[in-house]
Structure formats: C-alpha cells, structure tokens
Design a protein around this ligand. Structure first.
Ligand SMILES: [Zn+2]
Ligand SMILES: [Zn+2]
Length: 243
C-alpha cells in the first residue's frame, strides 16, 4: 500500500514473492505537476505498482521519468509494463549500466548464470526483454530538482557497477538502492559487475553524508534518526569486506 514519507515523497513497498520485489519511490510535490519514479520491481509486479500510483493520486500522465538505482531483475523486471502504460516516460540510468541495457546485454539484470536459468524457466522471458532505451545516462554528482525537491545523484558502485543513491540534503534523506539497508544489512557483492572493494568505498561515502532518513529498496525504511544505524552498519561491514 502506498505511503507518504514526507511531502512530495511516497513509498510503494515491494511485494516479495519467491524472489524479492524492489520498493518503488515517487518524488514530486503535487503542485509541481510532475513526478519521478525511482525503480520499478520484479516481473509481474507492474500492475500492482500502477494500481498503487493510482491509489496515491499520482496521474501516470504526469510521470516524467524513472530513475533506476541499478538494473537488477528485482528492480527492472516490470519496467516494460510501466513503459507500456506510460510510453513517454524517460528512463535514467547510470552510464555504467545504461550501455548494457541499450545493447541488450542482460548479465547485470540476472547477476549470475544460476539465477538466469532459474528465472528463465520460471517466467517466459523473450530475448531482448530487458533491452530499453536510456534517455539520460547519469554519472554521479548531478543535482536535480525533481518536482520541486532537490536531489544529488551519488555513484555508489559495489553492489553493481552503476548503482546510485539519491540524496536530499534538506531532509538528509538517502534513497540507497541495494547498497545499504536498515538494521545492519548491505547489498550482496558477489553478482556480475559487483566489486567488494568498491562497495567498501561506497559505504564510506554514505557514512559521510549524515543520513537521517534511510529509504532503501528492500525491507523497512527509517523515517528519522537513521544516523547511528548507518554508521554502525558501515563500520561493521568495512571491517568484514576485503579490498
Ligand atoms: Zn540489486
Ligand atoms: Zn534489489
């Protein structure tokens, strides 16, 4: 069920089945007349996400773009359903993953061979299903006003090569993708394009942000006071991860 996080930011919780389904976030002050989606979800979850947008009073025709925190299956699986319902929506992805999507290389989407064969047998996925147009390739460091709310793009490689976070300075709010979660967890770093050393550095970047509100793509969100939790998560994992 869609929930308001603060004025102009909503959370649509993922509905995990036998595979995880990423959360979707929606950004934009209603008066601004434009909305941005962050991530989509697993295959077959598009109808649910679209229903929740409708329930939240977010008109699809005012959705201007989808920003992907990264392109794993549980985030991008239902992108095509959303684009079918809203063909004019732009897709923004970090440049290091955009090129894979554009040329139809789905190794990042699946993460490894075992997942790929498991998922291909579970769902009938046609060849080229994840090939998509990318309208804007992000690099990290961009500052955007998204429907009246400011965000900085932070490149956080490690969980995947083009993972990003979106940070709002005013609320010290971080949409962290799969890089860091609540309650001491971080994203896995063994899939295709992952890099433990990079992840360690990315966690260091997160520790410097002074995060108060943590909005990850799985599990619970932390509406305020996330600072100590983030610090101890980073410290704990930096000690465990090799370079
Ligand atoms: Zn992921
Ligand atoms: Zn995920």
């Amino acid at each position: 069920m869609i929930e308001k996080v603060i004025d102009g930011v909503w959370w649509i919780p993922g509905r995990d089945k036998f595979l995880p389904d990423s959360h979707m976030y929606v950004i934009g002050l209603p008066d601004s007349g434009e909305f941005t989606l962050v991530d989509c979800g697993l295959m077959e979850m598009g109808a649910y996400k679209l229903e929740e947008l409708d329930r939240g009073g977010i008109p699809l025709k005012k959705v201007k773009r989808i920003i992907m925190t990264h392109t794993h299956l549980d985030h991008i699986g239902c992108l095509s359903d959303i684009l079918e319902a809203a063909p004019d929506v732009e897709v923004w992805v970090h440049k290091d993953e955009a090129d894979y999507l554009v040329r139809g290389d789905d190794r990042i989407v699946f993460g490894n061979q075992m997942f790929e064969s498991m998922i291909r047998s579970q769902y009938a996925i046609p060849d080229g299903y994840f090939t998509t147009k990318v309208h804007r390739k992000l690099e990290g460091g961009e500052e955007f006003s998204l429907g009246g709310i400011s965000f900085t793009v932070i490149h956080l490689p490690g969980h995947s090569v083009g993972s990003i976070g979106l940070f709002n300075e005013e609320h010290k709010m971080l949409m962290s993708g799969d890089t860091i979660y609540a309650d001491g967890a971080i994203g896995r770093y063994d899939l295709f394009s992952a890099d433990p050393g990079e992840l360690k550095r990315s966690l260091g970047i997160i520790a410097e942000l002074g995060v108060d509100m943590l909005l990850p793509c799985h599990n619970r969100i932390v509406r305020r006071g996330a600072g100590p939790m983030v610090q101890s998560t980073v410290k704990q994992w930096q000690a465990l991860i090799g370079d």
